[in-house]
Design a protein around this ligand. Structure first.
Ligand code: ADP
Length: 182
């Protein structure tokens, strides 16, 4: 686990299962149909119980690069933010869509005046986004937001499932912070 303070906000990178983390909002790596699936999505619906899927069905869907909020069922959170990252195919708009998926969650956090939010690594599992490209986008979106916004957030946590993903995020964060200090 590594912790940095960015503009007074704690940014934590930790390895683990996102359903075991307590935060005001937990971000789901959802699909556009909000239909559930494997990976983070399966884990959240299994651990959170059926009310989350009932709310997803009512909402009906979410476009790529956006996010919608539901309650968190049995999970130790107030909200689940279902964010839809792009499926990686190498198209020019994919970095922007990935950035927008994170930004939509940050915007929801400000709208609800939340103090903490936990993100998984969107798009880098079943959606195939290369980690070395996705990690800097994820982190830069959060860091830029903390620089540019008067935020309610006190803690942003990236919960990364395996050592390889944690290391990619650690490396990307070091590079971004080194850039920032020059
Ligand atoms: P996507 O479809 O957006 O690629 P996935 O859920 O398939 O989403 O994978 C996104 C990332 O989340 C991958 O790095 C995957 O290893 C990781 N992951 C899978 N399950 C969990 C979990 N329970 N908690 C945190 N991260 C998870």
């Amino acid at each position: 686990m590594t912790t940095h303070i960015i503009d007074g906000v704690t940014l934590t990178l930790q390895q683990g299962n996102i359903v075991a983390v307590t935060a005001d909002a937990i971000v789901n790596a959802a699909n556009a149909a909000l239909a559930g699936g494997g990976g983070v999505d399966g884990a959240i619906h299994r651990a959170g119980g059926p009310t989350i899927m009932q709310e997803c069905r009512k909402i009906g869907g979410c476009s790529t690069g956006s996010a919608v909020a539901t309650s968190a069922g049995n999970l130790p959170a107030h909200y689940i933010f279902h964010a839809v990252g792009p499926i990686y195919q190498g198209h020019a708009d994919e970095p922007q869509l990935l950035r927008q998926a994170y930004q939509s969650c940050l915007d929801l956090a400000e709208q609800y005046q939340l103090e903490s939010i936990a993100f998984p690594s969107l798009s880098t599992g079943a959606y195939g986004y290369p980690l070395h490209l996705a990690a800097p986008i994820a982190l830069k979106t959060v860091i830029d937001h903390l620089h540019n916004t008067s935020t309610s957030l006190k803690q942003v946590i990236f919960v990364l499932f395996d050592g390889r993903t944690l290391q990619a995020y650690q490396k990307a964060l070091q590079a971004l912070l080194a850039d920032h200090n020059h």
